[in-house]
Each structure stands twice: as structure tokens, then as C-alpha cells.
Design a binder for this molecule. Sequence first.
Ligand SMILES: [Fe+2]
Ligand SMILES: [Fe+2]
Length: 179
Amino acid sequence: MKPIGPLMWEHRLIERMIALLGAELSSIAETGKIDDHFLDDVIDFFRTYADRCHHGKEEDILFRELGTKPLLAEHKAIMDGLIEDHVLARNTIERLCVARQRYMAHQGSLNDVTDCIEIIIQLYPEHIEKEDKHFFFPSLQYLSPREQDAMLAEFREFNSKLIHEIYEKVIKAREGKLE
Ligand SMILES: [Fe+2]
Ligand SMILES: [Fe+2]
């Protein structure tokens, strides 16, 4: 298997969340209310799965390796754009978290929440298309079969450590509150 395989499977799950988020946006437009529990899941999904698990493997492993290669200018430009997209996605989810808290506390507007959702719904499908159709396959030309196998193994190791990292962080944050 190529290392881009697992990344592309992960895109399919992110697309399913984007579809759910689109339905939530329509529901907000109709009812003027947000599904707070769903937004909780949305924020967790984008922080943990999309950003830490998925962007984590792209940035910390794939892009790191590609950064050591003599990339063509067009591929370097796409990679830089992808990293900017990750930053925008990450910042927008943090803005959504704040907007949602403010809205629930009757201190912020519904528009602040829907603005963030609209950015996410537009950003991810475009970002995924850039990676799936214009970057992942060309990126393989820079990696030997041995490097690709090593990358796949590193992806697996990254995934296996993730759940431990996440729950250790939960415990440390809680312990910090007790100090
Ligand atoms: Fe990405
Ligand atoms: Fe991706």
C-alpha cells in the first residue's frame, strides 16, 4: 500500500462530517437554533481527528519528508498552500468553539457560529481536492519504494500513539486544575 492510501481514507470520513455540518447549517437557517451537542462532536472531530490525527500525519511525516526533497516549484507552492489551509482550519475551529460558548451564554451572535461553519464547509472539500487530485500522487515521485514503506510504518506508529497522547492530555489538564 502507498502511504497516501490511509490519508485518502481519512478524507472520506472528513467529507462525511462536512455533509453533516452542511445539514446542521440548513437546520440553523430553518430553526434559528444550534444543536449544541452536535457542535461539541464537531469541535472534537476537527481538533482530534482532522487536525491532530490527519493533518498531524501530513505535516509531521509526509510534508516533513517532502521538505527534504528538491520539489518542483509548483509542488512546493501547493504544499505551502496546504499548510496555510491547515492553519486556517485550525484557527476557524478555535473561533467556532469561542463563538459557540458565547452564543450559549447569550453573549454572542448566531452569525459568529454560522460564519465559522461556512468557512469550514467551503475550505475542507477544496483542500481535500487539492491533495487527492493535485498533490498526493505527484508527491510519490519524490519517495523511493523503501521510503514509502517506512512512511507507512511511521503513520501506523503515529496512529498507535495517538489515543495515549490524547487521554494523557485530558488527565494532565484535569490534574493542572487541581494544583
Ligand atoms: Fe491537508
Ligand atoms: Fe488531508
